[in-house]
Design a protein around this ligand. Sequence first.
Ligand code: GRF
Length: 200
Amino acid sequence: KNIVILISGRGSNMQAIVDARIPGARIAAVVSNRPDAAGLAWATERGVETAVLDHKGFDSREAFDVALAQTIDRYAPDLVVLAGFMRILTPGFTAHYSGRLINIHPSLLPAFPGLHTHQRAINEGCLIAGCTVHLVTAELDHGPTLAQGVVRVLPGDTENTLAARVLTLEHVLYPRVVSWFADGRIRIAADGSANLEAVA
Ligand code: GRF
């Protein structure tokens, strides 16, 4: 299966997926909307093809997303993986990749969509936190859940210590979900729901 990974920054989840050397998953390209994304240099060093499409060169979200899809589709992806890709995607884009576009979000969705998830979990007095891998739909940080990982929130945790604990788990969880796709163990129904029975 051809995998395209989208990043905007350090790309540690992208690195975890590349380093996992998932059988049946070929990382066709890493695409960034930021020319200075640290993950690009890492991918190049590993011999992974990279592409940059700077969103600043486009007048509208729609125009950027059309160009982004053209860039991605050059690699004929079976799966597009959002890994810290910090752009809100248009409904046209999410529809184009329906059933083959996934995201990892650093909270136990549906709690805390959006930004500053760890600080919000601490502020709310949550005793557990975690991360969610989900199919991407038009609504931000929604879409059928594919997997979740849970950590404890410890006394004295700060946003940074909690983020680090969750990130360690992200690096385990995300490659695992990609491997499920590579193995054909995730089936997407016509209504967009995901069937994970084969995974249990
Ligand atoms: C991760 O916390 C991920 O859950 C969120 O953005 C962060 C990306 O980190 N979507 P990295 O670029 O993968 O290191």
